[in-house]
Design a protein around this ligand. Structure first.
Ligand code: ADP
Ligand code: ZN
Length: 827
């Protein structure tokens, strides 16, 4: 240390302090907080470990991000001292820490909020508020003159501090009594630590103590304890073992071991045992010979893996074109070079399928990370990766933060899927984080999709991603035949008053498929049903004059409103499309659809899969297994059934209302519709028999629907990219989105107006839309107003975003606000 440097400021007293650390705390303030490090903790206070620190009157857990020699100017004079180091080793490697800092900065997200999202939930000890005896309390207790109730309460604290609820219980006192005692100075607040909520599971083990001589012990002290002697001999023969393993031979192993331990002959311990989470599905590996297209793709990816070079690939191939096979081979390449692989899939239902295939090839050498695990299970999986015990991480969005120190490959399957976007707190996109990680570690990233996101495809054309096309299905199998049913024609042919849910062609197809002994999937995307007004006669939806976006019906004030610009009209008395007098809210849900199918096909075994059903633990897997095993004839469901993989028995896929998602007030509505329909269509006929797809729609010629007939991504892409260019939406313009919510409408709207005004002032070059009520104008009792900034000029957009972010940070409870720089869901 430089002896001539200015003295450490107050609070950092020279003899027991050793430098300063900058810590990210989980608070909505975007900065690091400086703390002095006590000399005793100097070795441990390294970046990537969590620490417990005082903040105001409480203690919080944060992540050490940097070391420094001196506090930053703002912290001078009020530097506080770090209380405790939480982790025995760093939980964030420098590589991941840097990625997180960069991504958080790019998204204007407070660094502490971002880091918290990247670590397994419940894995840090929790600071808790406690109360203890004050000097006055101790005196009162010692004096012997205190009233019995007071002695009872204070006496409960003689063993040490307790939480208030625990004290209330033990001292049999009400909360008011405790508050009173605190006010009178008998009690004092303090803080303590409770163990982490999530823990790795352990099992008890036993082994011989180092000095134990078995023969001597059996002849001597154990001469009259034959069972203990037998157990000791058994242990000598086996070596260390789980206590449970002895139970077969020694039903009373527990007490026997306790007795032997008391004599010092054996030592008891524990062993980590992760709970099984891989499930029981393993898909047998069939060694296949790669097609020429697969070979070319793998050569490109393998080259980058071998060279340890960051390269970005877009594996663009229809469903069944062999993308997964390419991922598996690339993973094998990475593993052969001693590196680890990270594989992301959008949903848990998909995770099971890919896990089964990975296991068929690589055995159980993998960890899975997804939201279906308990905190403890997720922590175990995370630890297995961090300790380098397994080389493969597979999981959903948040698995992109998997602790992999030898990362050699990143794969993002179905990269266009909206599930990769995190919608709260740290609003990252897994594609962006995955790309940063691959870049930081010098390894390739592979995005796979049959329908790449418009932005990805556009970037590929500009050279940012190298396209690896897989244009054909494996085995030259034809793609399913897609039949588009025009519902307006069907409507005309259907008796008035009869609801049109299943058209005649779809009913015929269902009956034929059942007769052939094959399976059908019926798909109904329910989202947006109740909010949008749609003429049931012609399918016409009212659109905004300025935004070319469907208007949303607000029952409260009975008007149709644009959720981008705020434009509104009264609902027309007759449909402006066809003149029909009774424009109705379409009200068909999956339950209603299921009933309809049962009525139509009384002998069929019908099952339903939607969010309601899936909320029962294990239900999704059970249903999908039923489908695979042929125990279900017709599966009815929401977009959950669109995902998933190979169900060879499914020959028919019916889409009940293909244009539903098209009218959602979102500029990505057409893109999502095309992607979803193409994906659903890919579900049919993956066995040896070609499949069949029936799409019911009111707009058969729409550019997001018509190209599905020939699985023609290119045609859709050309039209959509042109529309985006004209309207300045991504990838041509960038967006910054702000949402303000609050319990009352007027103050929420006013706050949104302030944000919009600040953005307009800060960025005259950006287009600021709104504020306008969000499409979901009230959610869980809170009103929602949003502002959208749009610009092709990065600087203008950033200025607007900063103004929005500053405004959002200044919003006070009960209002809340956030800013999203890569908005995906703007409902
Ligand atoms: P995708 O991921 O594009 O949907 P998959 O990799 O799942 O495609 O391949 C579809 C099916 O074809 C799978 O059953 C897979 O085992 C099989 N398959 C993949 N590549 C080949 C190949 N080169 N030869 C034979 N079968 C293959
Ligand atoms: Zn509008």
């Amino acid at each position: 240390m430089d002896l001539f440097a200015p003295r450490a400021p107050a609070g950092l007293s020279a003899p027991d302090a050793s430098g300063v650390v900058r810590i990210a705390l989980p608070v909505p303030e975007d900065r690091l907080f400086d703390y002095a490090v006590p000399a005793a903790l100097a070795d441990q206070a390294e970046p990537g470990r969590r620490a417990l620190v005082p903040l105001g009157g409480r203690r919080v857990t944060g992540v050490i991000v940097e070391r420094a020699d001196a506090p930053s100017p703002e912290a001078r004079g009020k530097l506080r001292v770090l209380a405790q180091i939480v982790d025995p080793e760093p939980v964030l490697a420098p590589e991941l820490l840097k990625v997180l800092r960069d991504e958080a900065r790019a998204l204007l997200c407070p660094i502490g909020v971002a880091l918290q999202a990247a670590l397994p939930a419940g894995s840090a000890p929790r600071p808790v508020e406690l109360v203890e005896l004050s000097a006055r309390g101790r005196q009162a207790l010692a004096s012997g003159a205190a009233p019995p109730e007071l002695v009872r309460v204070l006496g409960a604290l003689s063993g040490g501090a307790l939480s208030r609820p625990a004290l209330a219980r033990r001292g049999r006192a009400s909360a008011e009594t405790l508050t009173g005692l605190e006010r009178e100075g008998f009690l004092r607040r303090t803080s303590g630590l409770r163990g982490p909520a999530a823990r790795e599971a352990t099992v008890p083990t036993v082994r011989l103590s180092s000095g134990t001589d078995v023969a001597t012990a059996c002849a001597g002290p154990l001469a009259r304890a034959p069972k203990q002697a037998a157990l000791l001999r058994q242990l000598a023969a086996r070596g260390d073992c789980d206590l449970a393993a002895l139970a077969g031979e020694f039903p009373t192993a527990g007490p026997l071991v306790r007795e032997l331990a008391r004599r010092g002959l054996v030592e008891r311990g524990t062993r980590r045992a992760s709970r099984p989470v891989l499930g029981d599905e393993v898909e047998a590996d069939r060694g296949v010979e790669l097609t020429a297209d697969q070979t070319a793709a793998l050569a490109a990816i393998g080259g980058a893996i071998a060279a340890g070079r960051h390269e970005r690939f877009l594996l663009h191939g229809v469903t069944g074109s062999g993308k997964t096979e390419v991922y598996l081979r690339a993973v094998a390449d990475a593993l052969a070079r001693g590196r680890q692989a990270l594989i992301l899939v959008p949903e848990i239902t998909l995770t099971h399928q890919i896990v089964a295939r990975l296991r068929g090839r690589f055995g159980d050498r993998m960890a899975v990370l997804h939201s279906g695990l308990s905190d403890g299970e997720r922590l175990e999986q995370w630890q297995r990766l961090r300790r380098g015990e397994v080389p493969i991480a597979v999981g959903a969005r948040s698995a992109v933060f998997a602790p992999l120190e030898r990362l050699g490959l990143v794969v993002i399957d179905e990269e266009h899927d909206g599930a990769y976007k995190n919608e709260e707190g740290f609003r990252y996109h897994a594609r962006s984080v995955g790309t940063r990680r691959a870049e930081g570690t010098g390894c390739p990233i592979v995005l796979g999709s049959a329908t790449p996101a418009l932005e990805t495809r556009h970037a590929a054309d500009a050279g940012a991603w190298r396209r690896l096309p897989l244009p054909r299905q494996i085995g030259g199998r034809p793609l399913p035949a897609v039949e588009i049913v025009d519902l307006s024609v069907e409507r005309a042919a259907t008796p008035r008053g009869r609801k049109l849910i299943l058209s005649a062609p779809l009913r015929r197809a269902l009956r034929a498929t059942l007769a052939e002994g094959a399976q059908s999937i019926l798909f109904l995307n329910r989202r947006g049903f109740s909010t949008k007004i749609l003429c049931f006669e012609c399918g016409h939806a009212e659109h905004c004059k300025h935004c070319d976006i469907a208007l949303v019906y607000h029952a409260g004030d009975a008007c149709l409103r644009c959720h981008y610009c705020g434009f509104e009209i009264e609902p027309p008395a007759a449909c402006t499309g066809c003149g029909a007098p009774d424009t109705a809210l379409l009200g068909v849900g999956t339950e209603r659809l299921e009933e309809e199918v049962r009525a139509e096909l009384p002998t069929a075994r019908v099952a339903r899969l939607d969010r309601d059903v899936a909320s029962r633990r294990g239900a999704t897997r059970e249903i999908l297994r039923g489908l695979r095993d042929g125990r279900i004839d017709v599966l009815v469901g929401t977009q959950m059934v669109a995902k998933g993989h190979d169900y060879p028995g499914v020959r028919l896929v019916g889409v009940v209302a293909a244009d539903l998602a098209l009218h959602l007030p979102d500029f990505r509505a057409a893109e999502r519709t095309f992607q979803l329909l193409t994906q659903v269509a890919g579900r049919a006929g993956r066995g040896n028999v070609p499949g069949r797809v029936v799409l019911q729609t009111f707009v058969p010629d729409h550019y997001a629907i018509e190209p599905v007939r020939r699985h023609d991504y290119e045609r859709f892409y050309r039209i959509e990219i042109e529309a985006r260019a004209q309207l300045g939406y991504p990838p041509f313009g960038r967006l910054a989105y702000a949402l303000v919510t609050g319990p009352d409408d007027a103050p929420t709207q006013r706050a949104a107006e302030l944000l919009a005004a600040a953005a307009r002032e800060a960025a005259p070059g950006a287009e600021i839309l709104g504020p306008a009520p969000a499409p979901l104008a009230r959610l869980r009792g809170r009103y929602r107003h949003h502002v959208l900034a749009k610009s092709a000029d990065s600087e203008a957009l950033e200025a607007a975003a900063r103004a929005l972010a500053a405004g959002a940070a200044a919003v006070r409870r009960p209002l809340a606000a956030h800013v999203d720089l890569h908005p995906v869901n703007m409902l």
